[in-house]
Design a protein around this ligand. Structure first.
Ligand code: PMP
Length: 406
């Protein structure tokens, strides 16, 4: 494990060292996707230039090398999350993992069951459950959220105990606000009444580096591209015995044990859920991302990330007319805000002119926007590769943008 040295780290990310619109890039959109270290780019290129072959199929050298790397990647991500390799299923991202779960659980749900979602979920953790509720007659119910977008743990625990739902679907951290959910008490309440817990870790997986065995959730979904890895790959952790109870969401080659023209039998997890040729280069690139992350001292990384975030929050809150919606005390490093009644899109466009990349809009959380009474926000989402200098440029650019709007 290396000392956390921000100067060296920034050199590992080629995209960060460029100008945008004549200004040095300040990338504050890691909530949408993180930048990639050279090690990830190299691992992907090396696979295509040296060992490209299909996995699990050939007995020739290249295929065996590709299979070994692909399965080693499963070990690496399992170690990162403190789970077993056979509990990791590769998917194309968090969205596909949630769809896999929703479809996979459908046969276990009926009219007498309840599925709990929350008002701050990403659409990817809402829409699949609406479809399942429609298909099975199960009731969709909503965990209470305070006016300001935070959960009151006591209220939530009570709700979970009373509802005795079949499934609870909840984010580890909000993509819009960055607020971290205090999951432990909610998970123990759910366990006490036999509710399965699905955690959307798309935002939490990199910033919080969770030990999933300790967290004790049943399922956890993640996207590589938000963890320094390539796009189009991600996965699902599931407790092994539970994984095998799911109906496969897609069927075809690779996932079968035997096929006759009349019927087929399936392999056990994780193969049961990995039909077709997977994103092999993506998985190998993801393993390089996990290795890179794991090589950094996490305590130092978190301290740096929080220092930069708190500085940004403090500077932002000093600007008259700015409203911040994020909970600053338990946050992965995301600031959602507006300036007076200005349209978030206008601010984001002006900031882009200064080389500052932020996101604007509803962030795929329309129910949360409705809950907060907003049409959208500007979102500045930080990662460990951001610096105090990034914050200074962001704040100065914001002040200049505001001056143009006023
Ligand atoms: N859940 C959350 C909380 C997210 O932030 C995202 C991505 N914005 C997703 C799910 C969906 O992830 P992906 O687009 O990588 O499938």
């Amino acid at each position: 494990v290396l000392e956390f040295d921000i100067k060296t780290i920034r050199k590992d990310f080629p995209t960060l060292n460029q100008s945008v619109n004549g200004n040095p890039l300040v990338y504050l959109d890691s909530g949408a996707t993180s930048q990639k270290p050279q090690a990830v780019i190299d691992a992907t290129t090396k696979f295509y230039s040296q060992s490209n072959a299909n996995v699990h199929r050939g007995r020739h050298a290249l295929s065996e090398a590709a299979t070994a790397q692909y399965e080693q990647a499963r070990e690496n991500i399992a170690n990162y999350f403190h789970v077993q390799a056979n509990e990791i299923v590769w998917t194309k991202g968090a969205t596909e993992a949630l769809n896999l779960l929703a479809y996979g659980l459908q046969n276990q749900l009926n009219q007498s069951d309840t599925i709990i979602i929350t008002p701050l979920e990403h659409h990817a953790n809402i829409v699949p459950w609406q479809v399942v509720a429609q298909n099975t007659g199960a009731t969709l119910s909503v965990l209470p959220l305070e006016k300001n977008g935070s959960f009151n743990t006591d209220n939530c625990v009570k709700y979970i105990k009373q509802t005795k739902a079949k499934v609870l679907c909840i984010s580890q951290a909000s993509n819009t606000l960055g607020n971290i959910t205090d999951l432990a008490p909610l998970i123990s309440a759910a366990k006490a009444v036999g509710t399965l817990i699905i955690v959307d870790g798309a935002q939490g997986a990199m910033h919080l580096r969770p030990n999933l065995k300790a967290l004790n959730c049943d399922f956890y979904v993640f996207s590589a591209h938000k963890m320094l890895g390539p796009t189009g790959v991600g996965g699902l952790y599931g407790r092994y015995e539970l994984l095998n109870t799911l109906t496969p969401y897609q069927t075809g080659g690779e996932m079968i044990q035997t096929v006759t023209l009349e019927k087929s039998t399936y392999r056990s997890a994780p193969a049961k859920f990995e039909t077709g040729t997977p994103n092999i280069a993506g998985v190998i690139g993801f393993a390089a991302a996990i290795n890179y992350l794991s090589s950094l001292n996490f305590a130092q990384l978190q301290q740096h990330e929080q220092t930069v975030f708190k500085y940004a929050a403090n500077e932002l809150s000093k600007i008259e007319g700015i409203t911040i919606y994020s909970d600053l005390s338990h946050n992965i490093g995301t600031l959602s805000f507006n300036y007076k009644s200005e349209h978030p899109y206008d601010l984001a466009t002006l900031l882009d002119g200064f080389g500052v990349a932020v996101r604007s809009g509803h962030h795929c959380t329309q129910p949360l926007m409705a809950h907060l009474g907003l049409n959208g926000t500007v979102r500045a989402s930080f990662a460990f590769y951001n610096t105090v200098q990034d914050v200074d440029i962001f704040i100065n650019s914001l002040k200049e943008s505001i001056a143009l709007l006023d």
